[in-house]
Design a protein around this ligand. Structure first.
Ligand SMILES: C[S@@+](CC[C@H](N)C(=O)[O-])C[C@H]1O[C@@H](n2cnc3c(N)ncnc32)[C@H](O)[C@@H]1O
Length: 377
């Protein structure tokens, strides 16, 4: 899985590295160090990137002495649970998302030694834009702006490249050989909520702000059906289980399914279970999307977030779980990637990860040394 690199390749350090998907998108870069706290993630990382020095442990316990030499880029996909709209929002002071500050302290220590990377990317959920009434976003931008970096953010949905709806926030801080800045926000990556968050920044933080320009890719030509394993290689639900799952459809989603069934052809949907409040009662529902997209892959805490593949073919409806290999494809990961043996570990690894083509687009458009000069030419 390790990228082929030349001897003068730029170097990246990967923090909160999980299974190392950021590194997979950094074509032409050498990953010189990676860190993650979680033992299962560490196993997956080492299995796929045996040549990358990996440190298993809390980022907050790392010191500059643990890091080899210097790097051009630090990539930090810091934990999002306290910032996610789906979770209790303790914000950046929360136990899990607060790990960002451990990372930041390390960057400050490196700065004091003159070894801090010129480029830092922080990836997180878009909830970072509003948590703490905008104070968390301001704190991240202010911290990344230390040392004279210009700081800008982009909201990028992996759906531009992959059949998965996965909007994420990328805060990109660069100094030195920086890409060109544009005068103001541009669609699609400067979303309305990002512009609103920028407006709320204190003036001192705005002074370091940069609107980075990243071109949207050509129209996506992949859909969910094209990511799936052959029908005879997967385990379909029993009739009983299928019936029980379909019983969770709301009248709207049942009509949707019936309409697709009536078409007589083969149709594929992603299904996911959601708790909805109906007449004041918490009701579990199975919701289907037949638009060729999977919903956002999530970490299967408790199991209810695992997506279901629904195939309607000639009037017959079959259901099954999305497999880890399919989840990996939905993240832009090649099939050669070594997934953990257990399905739940594989789905957790992918549900937590960053989509590879998004990293690649940022690397090519903004992060690669010389990206600025290339864009200006
Ligand atoms: C959002 S995931 C990032 C996954 C990664 N970008 C990938 O593509 O697989 C956050 C990661 O941070 C790790 N993590 C959480 N707290 C940490 C800490 N204090 N120190 C180091 N890693 C931590 C988690 O184990 C998890 O793998």
């Amino acid at each position: 899985m390790t990228n082929q690199v030349s001897s003068n390749a730029p170097t990246a350090w990967e923090f909160f590295a999980g299974g190392g998907l950021a590194g997979l998108g950094l074509d032409g870069w050498r990953v010189g160090f990676a860190n993650d706290l979680d033992a299962a993630k560490a196993r997956a990382f080492r299995a796929n990137h045996p040549d990358v020095p990996f440190h298993e442990g809390d980022v907050g316990a790392l010191t500059p002495a643990d890091l080899p030499g210097s790097a051009d880029l630090a990539w930090a996909s810091s934990p999002c649970q306290d910032l996610s709209l789906a979770g209790a929002r303790g914000g950046l002071a929360g136990r899990r998302s607060g790990a960002f500050w451990g990372f930041m302290e390390l960057m400050r220590g490196l700065e004091a030694e003159g070894r801090a990377p010129d480029r830092i990317v922080v990836e997180n959920v878009c909830g970072l834009l509003t948590s703490g009434g905008g104070a968390d976003f301001a704190a991240v931008c202010a911290a990344l702006g230390e040392g004279g970096r210009r700081v800008g953010a982009l909201e990028i949905d992996a759906a531009h490249w992959l059949p998965q709806s996965r909007p994420r926030l990328f805060v990109v801080a660069v100094r030195g050989d920086a890409p060109p800045e544009i005068a103001g926000p541009v669609a699609p990556f400067h979303s309305a909520r990002l512009v609103a968050a920028h407006d709320r920044l204190p003036d001192a933080v705005k002074a370091s702000w940069a609107w980075w320009s990243l071109a949207a890719p050509p129209r996506r030509n992949l859909d969910l059906a094209g990511m799936l394993e052959p029908d005879d290689r997967v385990a379909w639900f029993s009739d009983e289980r299928t019936k029980a799952a379909l019983a969770l459809l709301s009248p709207l989603h049942r009509r949707r399914l019936e309409a697709e069934r009536a078409s007589g052809g083969r149709r594929t949907a992603a299904g996911y279970r959601r708790v909805r409040i109906e007449d004041g009662v918490r009701t579990q529902r199975l919701e289907l999307r037949f638009d060729g997209m999977a919903g956002c892959l999530r970490t299967p805490a408790g199991g209810s977030s695992r997506q279901i593949v629904v195939v309607v073919d000639g009037g017959r409806t079959r259901l099954r779980w999305l497999t880890p290999v399919e989840a990996a494809r939905l993240m832009g990961v090649p099939d050669a990637y070594r997934l953990p043996a257990s399905a739940s570990a594989g789905l957790k690894l992918m549900g937590d990860a960053v989509a590879v083509p998004v990293v690649r687009a940022l690397a090519d458009g903004l992060l690669a040394p010389g990206a600025g000069r290339r864009a200006a030419a």
